[in-house]
Write a protein that binds this ligand. Sequence first.
Ligand code: ADP
Ligand code: MG
Length: 234
Amino acid sequence: MTEQPLPGGFVGAAVRVGGTVRKAAPPDAPFVGRLLGFFAERGWPGAPRWLGVDERGRQVLGFVEGDVPGGDAAAPVGDDALAAVARLVRAFHDLTAGSALAGDQEVVCHHDLSPANTVFRAGMPVAFIDWDLAGPGLRVQDVAHVCWQFVPLGPGVAPAEAGRRVRVVARAYGWGDLAVLVDTVLWWQDRCWRGIEAGADAGVPAMVRLREAGVVSRVRAAYEWTGRHRRSLG
Ligand SMILES: Nc1ncnc2c1ncn2[C@@H]1O[C@H](COP(=O)(O)OP(=O)(O)O)[C@@H](O)[C@H]1O
Ligand SMILES: [Mg+2]
């Protein structure tokens, strides 16, 4: 069967093969396999099926029909869809809370929630893809990542409007502490640009490509923007 390149990621080189997606195996493939298997077992439709590893060592996932926004020209996610994203996050957090997969943490986090990792149908989110970085974590880590990526938070956004949309996310998820939420956005933005920088300095090809594409300076600018406007946001 032919392999059709999928646009998007800098990391995994995803291709579509019939009803499946193949991409480089995640750092902890057994964990991702168990997690996606757990979602399927519970009948939660918000993630692709895990179909194993192919003869070339790539992960094999079920293709999820719908639209995945890509590129800078992608339309902003409206308030209704934004609230639905937060509820979808709440759903898999509640499902994994107290499970063995969450280990000693609150829940299993996706850790990379963004429009480019979300499948939409008729403008509403139906599933998250790219669970490569999923692992035990705190609820607020994913809620903060959603705020950063979907509101979004960074230069060019009006702070008061951004604050209003942060509250849309918090209300839909059921997260009360806005100060902790904004602090966690800052924690993400800071560790993100530092992580890419360190990886690029160490010669990791994907991190070098990200830095060449200007991601380190963009994320660093977003970090500084969020810090400057934290009072309007929280
Ligand atoms: N299970 C899936 N169903 C539908 N499309 C997918 C699926 N997995 C990946 N894609 C498409 O491939 C692109 C890259 O996949 P992703 O898992 O996000 O890789 P990366 O790690 O490179 O970001 C996505 O933006 C999406 O368009
Ligand atoms: Mg991705």
